[in-house]
Every structure is written in structure tokens, then in C-alpha cells.
Design a protein around this ligand. Structure first.
Ligand SMILES: Cc1cc2nc3c(=O)[nH]c(=O)nc-3n(C[C@H](O)[C@H](O)[C@H](O)COP(=O)(O)OP(=O)(O)OC[C@H]3O[C@@H](n4cnc5c(N)ncnc54)[C@H](O)[C@@H]3O)c2cc1C
Length: 584
């Protein structure tokens, strides 16, 4: 931890230090120049007495004497600078041209082909990490693809905590599904609807329109030949009374907007005329339940928002703002390495974020969180936290549509956390149904990394299956004509052999294997922690440079160039002008 903060401090000093060195070096040249000239030109002439050509001649002579010693490095330095500038300029131009071309391509996609109606119908449920990764790589010419989701956009969840405080605007991390589908070669149907049940025997999905505007038709069935389920998970409340009624969750865009409104409502209500000190303390107390990456990132963002903006603009309540993080386990960020956990906890202490580990929430009311803490000696202590805002970020629970499907499949009767899948992501006990992401139990953590790798794998698998079917039908067709006409058998045999060789290669699909790239989390005060996989080992890093890495990693992972530009713009905007404190 100490070494990381030291690295950061050196990093901060680097710029003024370099500046000072440059200044010294530019001053050093004339001093050397003078010393050299003093040594070579003696005795020193009276400059003021020299006029016209004589003076020019003298000056030339004076320069000639010293020129072999000093001006050369100066010229070389400027030449290097000039080349560096040219290189930078050209790179910037190339970057702008590249981005411009990408944007043009997105705005002017090629015309789409209409898929062959005789091909199989592939239904994809959800527009999250798993489903969209699958869609991105799927060759839609091979199937009649139908996407069904109540959300007509993809959401880049890793930056969702930044939306709760206005560091990033919510539309910057949303990508319309219609744009994604328009970029496919063959057209894809999209229904904005929620799947309420899946009948694996009849091979139909029942869907209903849960949006505000409803037409005459609000509920129907969609038949499928192949089904991919990527509906994610819902928030786990563990049946604790009052959680669903009184807390804010952090999973969807609406949740982030709700939290943002609520923070400012608490601040303005606390600043209301004649508000009692106890009520101000309650309103300005923000409680976060769940010490995983989502809870930690949100607590960090909240503290930044307060320190950088609210404190300046609403100074009368500035000493009352508190953030408390409650976690049932012995430490926060349980999936990170020990030194990063310690670094996070000590950074939170510096940021004045209270951490209560080994503390279980028992009940939530509209103004308090009642919890039970385990003391070091094992005894229990009841704690009541009055709060203005309560954010619940404790993990996932199975969605009703998944529970319903699991009840219909006998092989799933012992699965508790979602649809158990095999090594090819096929839902156990079914044929032609696959599951990806948080709704599937494949033995991995419920993360975007896992969901997107599963989506990519499935796209490869489905593309291969389509190619296999096409090749097999060609082989069948050719072998039915073999030896029927004299003279064609050699050529047909050669073709059959070639197709079978291709088939062997395509059919050789390895089972799904997850490759962990690392874990990242922002912890506030422009610091982040990272456990990154490096060759066969693991590199743990923390501090300001890791924060820059965190930013660049998430920026590169954003869905589109549009998202990337919008996120950069938001970062610059919130840094330059501060976050927007308007409540709506
Ligand atoms: C705030 C936050 C930050 C996170 N940060 C990270 C991170 O930094 N790194 C990381 O790896 N992971 C992160 N995660 C976890 C990651 O977002 C999830 O693991 C990932 O979204 C799972 O992908 P998915 O496709 O299974 O589900 P989701 O992305 O949740 O998508 C589910 C989709 O299904 C749709 N749907 C829901 N119900 C139905 C239904 N009945 N019928 C049809 N469609 C339905 C939804 O509308 C949605 O489109 C974060 C999660 C959150 C909430």
C-alpha cells in the first residue's frame, strides 16, 4: 500500500520536476557558452565601442570560435522536438480519420438481406452482456433471429455507479439495440417484451408487453427451434423485511437515476429551514449494503461527489455528510487479493467512509437499518443506522421466468442459483436451449466478463452448427449423385472429401473455457485497485496510476465509438464544471 502511494506521489511530482530540469538545462547552455567564450576570447573587448561591419565581423568571428563546442546539441534537441511534434500531429490526424471512418460506417450500414424463412428460428432472450456478445459475432444469415427483451438497449454496467452521481450521464453508457441489430448482415426481429414463461415441450416462449404504452395485443407466444436465454438475474434481498420497499438497487439505468435524485433530495431536505440537527444527520447519512465491487465503487463515487461538489455548493451541511458501508463477510472486496483489500479499507478510512464488516442487516424501515454485528470475541451487538439514502448491492437472485423453467425440467430440480448448463452451455435436461450470463450456472462468478465470453463462445458454436448443417446437406446431395453418370465420380468424390475435411475441422469445437482477465474496482479519490492476470500469474496494483488504467480499460471496453466519445466528454465536463446538482 505504502509503495503504491509513493509511486503516486512520484507520479504527481514528475511534471513540475521535469519542468525545472528543462529550465535549468536551457539556462545552462548560455552559461557554458559564456564560460567557453571567456576562455577562448581574451582579453574581453569593449562591445559598445564596435559599430557596423566591424561589429558584425567580430560577432561572426566570435560565433565561429565557439560554434564547434555548443550550438550542435541545441539544434539536435529542436530537431527531435520537431519530429516528435510531427509524429504527434500525424497520429492525431490518423486517430481522427479512424474514428471518423468508424462513425461513417455506423451511420451508413450496408443494406440488410432478408433471412431465408426455411432456416431455423433462433430466439434470444435479453439484451445484456451475454446476449449482445452473442449477437455481435453471430452470422445472422444462418438463422431467422428474434431478440426479445424489455430493455431496447445494451447497458455498460461497469460504469453504472458513475451515473448515480452524474460523473457520467446515463445515455453515454447505453447503446440502442436497434443500432446493434442494424449492423448485422441479415435482418433481425426485435420485440420489446418480457418473457413470462418458456415451454420446452411445445418450444414456445410466452411474452408480454410491460411498457407504459400498450396496443391491442399485449401478450402472445413466439415459437422457436433454438433458444438462447440471457435474462440475467434480479436483486437478492434474502427475504429481509423492508428491503424491497425502502432501498434503492443498482442494476438498471432507472436505479441509477433514482439514486441520483434521492441524493440531491436528501441534501436539499437537510438544508431546509429549521431542520433539526438529528434530522440533518439522518438525511446526510448514506448507507450502502454490500461490500462487493458494486457497493465499494458506489461508496467511492458518493464520497467524491460530496467532497468535490456538494461540499462547495451546500457548505452549511458539509460537516454532516457520512457514508457507511455494511458487509456481512469479514472484509470488503472478497474476490480481490489480501493487500488490495487492506489498501481499500485504509483508503476508505482516509476518505472517512465507515466500514462495518461482519454485520448482517436484519430489518429495514423507512428511516433506519437494523443490523447485528459480530464482535471480535464472537458476541453479537445490535446496531441501528438512521439513513437518508439506502443502496442495496448484495448480489443476485433467480428471475421468475427462470424459476418457472427450472420447475418444468426434472434435471434442474437440485439447481438453486440458476439454470445448470453443460460444458457447451446447453441447459441440462433440454435440447436446443442454451443459457448464458448471470442466469446460467456454469461454475463461474456472475460477471460481465464471464457473460460476454459465454456469448462469444455460443456465437462460434451456432455459426459452426449452421455451417455443419449446410455442409452435411451438400455431402448428402453429392453422394446421392455419385456413380449415376459415367465420368463424374472422381470429381464428386474429390468434392465430398473436401467437404468432409471442412466438416471435421468445424465439428471440432472445444467446450467452453473461461479465461479470467482480472478484476478492477474504483475506490474513490481517483484511486483504483486491480488484480490483473499476467501470463500465468497475478499482478496486484492500486493507486492513482491504477485509476488511469481502470479508466482506459473501461473506455476500451465500451460498446461503440459513440459511447467512448460520450464517456470521455462526460469525464472532462464533470472535471471542468463539476457534477450537475439539479435534482431531475
Ligand atoms: C453496477 C454494476 C456494476 C458491474 N460492474 C461489473 C464489472 O466491472 N465487471 C464485470 O465483469 N461485471 C460487472 N457487473 C456484473 C455484470 O453487469 C453482470 O454480470 C452482467 O450484466 C451479466 O450479464 P447477463 O447478460 O447475464 O445479464 P444482464 O446484462 O443483466 O442482461 C439481462 C438482460 O435480460 C433482460 N431481461 C430481463 N428479464 C427478462 C425477461 N423475462 N425476458 C426477456 N428479457 C429479460 C434484461 O432487460 C437485460 O437486457 C456489474 C453489475 C452491476 C449491476
Amino acid at each position: 500500500m505504502a509503495s503504491s502511494s509513493r509511486t503516486l506521489a512520484l507520479g504527481k511530482l514528475a511534471v513540475p520536476h521535469t519542468g525545472a530540469t528543462l529550465l535549468r538545462s536551457t539556462q545552462a547552455t548560455p552559461r557554458l557558452f559564456l564560460e567557453a567564450s571567456r576562455r577562448t576570447v581574451a582579453p574581453r573587448p569593449a562591445f559598445g565601442s564596435l559599430q557596423g561591419p566591424v561589429s558584425r565581423q567580430f560577432r561572426r568571428g566570435y560565433a565561429d570560435q565557439v560554434s564547434p563546442i555548443e550550438p550542435a546539441p541545441k539544434k539536435r534537441r529542436f530537431r527531435t522536438l520537431r519530429w516528435a511534434w510531427r509524429l504527434g500531429y500525424l497520429s492525431a490526424l490518423a486517430g481522427v480519420a479512424y474514428i471518423g471512418y468508424g462513425v461513417y460506417q455506423d451511420r451508413h450500414p450496408d443494406p440488410q438481406v432478408v433471412p431465408d424463412p426455411s432456416k431455423k428460428t433462433l430466439v434470444i432472450l435479453g439484451t445484456g452482456w451475454g446476449s449482445v456478445s452473442l449477437l455481435k459475432r453471430l452470422d445472422t444469415e444462418n438463422y431467422n433471429v428474434i431478440v426479445i427483451s424489455p430493455r431496447n438497449y445494451f447497458l455498460f454496467t461497469p460504469l453504472l455507479p458513475s451515473c448515480t452521481t452524474g460523473t457520467i450521464e446515463h445515455r453515454s453508457i447505453m447503446e440502442p439495440i436497434r443500432t446493434i441489430l442494424r449492423a448485422k448482415k441479415a435482418s433481425v426481429k426485435f420485440y420489446e417484451a418480457e418473457a413470462s414463461s418458456i415451454d420446452p415441450d411445445r418450444k414456445v416462449v410466452r411474452i408480454f408487453d410491460n411498457s407504459e404504452v400498450k396496443g391491442d395485443m399485449t401478450e402472445t407466444e413466439v415459437p422457436y427451434d433454438m433458444l438462447v436465454i440471457g435474462v440475467g438475474a434480479e436483486n437478492a434481498t434474502f427475504g429481509i423485511p423492508g428491503v424491497r420497499e425502502h432501498s434503492c438497487f443498482l442494476k438498471e439505468i432507472g436505479d441509477a437515476q433514482n439514486i441520483r435524485k434521492r441524493i440531491m433530495d436528501c441534501v436539499e431536505t437537510a438544508a431546509f429551514k429549521d431542520q433539526s440537527p438529528e434530522e440533518i444527520d439522518r438525511l446526510m447519512h448514506m448507507v450502502v449494503v454490500g461490500g462487493g465491487p458494486t457497493g465499494v465503487e458506489f461508496a467511492g463515487e458518493l464520497q467524491d461527489f460530496f467532497e468535490e461538489d456538494i461540499k462547495k455548493l451546500v457548505p452549511e451541511i458539509s460537516d454532516r455528510f457520512r457514508v457507511t458501508l455494511i458487509e456481512a463477510l469479514p472484509n470488503v472486496l472478497p474476490s480481490f487479493s489480501k493487500q488490495l483489500i487492506e489498501y481499500t479499507e485504509s483508503t476508505f478510512k482516509e476518505e472517512k467512509i465507515n466500514i462495518h464488516t461482519k454485520t448482517m442487516v436484519k430489518k429495514v424501515t423507512d428511516k433506519t437499518v437494523e443490523a447485528e454485528a459480530t464482535r471480535p470475541d464472537g458476541s453479537k451487538e445490535k446496531i441501528v443506522f438512521p439513513y437518508g439514502l439506502l443502496v442495496w448491492a448484495t448480489g443476485n437472485a433467480v428471475r421468475p421466468v427462470i424459476k418457472d423453467l427450472m420447475d418444468r425440467i426434472p434435471a434442474q430440480k437440485n439447481s438453486r442459483r440458476g439454470l445448470a448448463v453443460n460444458e457447451y452451455l446447453v441447459v441440462q435436461g433440454t435440447r436446443d436451449i442454451w443459457a448464458v450470463g448471470d442466469c446460467a450456472v456454469a461454475g463461474y462468478a456472475p460477471t460481465a466478463q464471464v457473460a460476454s465470453q459465454e456469448g462469444n463462445f455460443l456465437a462460434r458454436l451456432l455459426n459452426n452448427m449452421a455451417k455443419t448443417e449446410a455442409l452435411e446437406s451438400k455431402v448428402r446431395e453429392l453422394s446421392s449423385t455419385l456413380n449415376l453418370e459415367p465420368g463424374n465420380s472422381a470429381e464428386i468424390s474429390r468434392q465430398i472429401e473436401e467437404y468432409e475435411r471442412q466438416l471435421r475441422r468445424i465439428k471440432d469445437v472445444k467446450p467452453f473455457h473461461y479465461s479470467h482477465q482480472g478484476s478492477l474496482a474504483y475506490i474513490g479519490s481517483e484511486k483504483a485497485v486491480a488484480d490483473v492476470t499476467w501470463f500465468n500469474g497475478n499482478v496486484a496494483a492500486a493507486g492513482g496510476l491504477t485509476y488511469l488504467f481502470w479508466r482506459s480499460a473501461y473506455l476500451s471496453m465500451c460498446f461503440s465509438t459513440r459511447n467512448r466519445l460520450l464517456v470521455i466528454n462526460d469525464w472532462i465536463k464533470s472535471k471542468a464544471f463539476g457534477r450537475d446538482l439539479s435534482r431531475e
